[in-house]
Write a protein that binds this ligand. Structure first.
Ligand SMILES: C[S@@+](CC[C@H](N)C(=O)[O-])C[C@H]1O[C@@H](n2cnc3c(N)ncnc32)[C@H](O)[C@@H]1O
Length: 229
């Protein structure tokens, strides 16, 4: 099915948020990282400024800078209005209030927009839609991340997740997926089946995160290769 810009609500997080979400250590930050469904996050642009290596994949990278900027401007007010109306559903710990949320998100997305064209040229932003296989070699990356895409969008189904995570594990030595809740902020109905599927061939754990915005959304699914030569 075609991926349409009008169905996208761009909403991107910052490097500081990714560090807390995935508990990224200095050693993690110095490794080679690929981030799936990275969207308009500023993770890649901020990491690049620190000379770190990140490749971001997302279907929205097929659109132009002007199209993406326009879509961000169009949707921002609705998202902020909805968040303000549902404030009690969120934990205001890492982010203090809706005004700060708006400031953090808009600044992250502005960073992304400024970096998008040069990043595309440098092959740091790659148009890719899971669960399609990627062009990368087996175990080419140390760490694969999914922030606020896999497991959260449980409506994509178990098969979609098994195929997507299998591809991530083909090219990454370790992957981390956050959160493990669905869009209704309850433990994702596909989590158990995902864990059971990968448990025998990989090391699968649930680890605490330093980030919580959805209530009780403070755990990360971590899957590692058993043997790396
Ligand atoms: C809520 S955003 C998260 C963006 C970013 N990871 C963050 O945490 O700030 C979800 C992202 O998933 C992307 N997405 C949707 N369908 C996808 C697919 N089939 N494969 C990869 N990414 C997809 C969307 O384009 C969007 O950028």
């Amino acid at each position: 099915m075609a991926f349409e810009l009008k169905s996208v609500v761009p909403w991107g997080r910052s490097l500081e948020e990714y560090i807390k979400i995935f508990k990224l250590t200095d050693s993690d930050l110095n490794s080679s990282i690929i981030s799936f469904g990275d969207g308009p996050a500023s993770f890649n642009s901020e990491m690049t400024k620190f000379d770190k290596k990140v490749v971001s994949l997302d279907p929205i990278y097929q659109f132009t800078k002007a199209q993406l900027k326009q879509r961000i401007d169009e949707t921002k007010e609705t998202v902020i209005k909805q968040t303000r109306a549902n404030q009690e559903n969120f934990v205001w710990k890492n982010i203090k209030n809706v005004d700060e949320l708006e400031q953090i998100r808009m600044s992250a997305m502005a960073n992304f927009i400024d970096d998008f064209e040069i990043g595309k040229e440098q092959q740091r932003y790659i148009y890719h839609q899971l669960p399609t296989p990627t062009k990368y070699e087996a175990l080419e990356f140390d760490l694969g991340l999914s922030s606020h895409f896999l497991i959260l969008y449980s409506q994509l189904g178990l098969d979609f997740h098994i195929q997507s995570i299998s591809e991530m594990l083909r090219i990454c030595k370790e992957i981390r997926i956050f959160p493990i809740l669905n869009l209704n902020a309850v433990k994702s109905e596909i989590l158990e089946d995902i864990i059971n599927h990968f448990n025998s061939d990989f090391i699968v754990t649930l680890e605490s995160s330093d980030y919580e915005f959805q209530k009780n959304g403070n755990e990360t699914l971590v899957i590692k290769q058993k043997k790396i030569n």
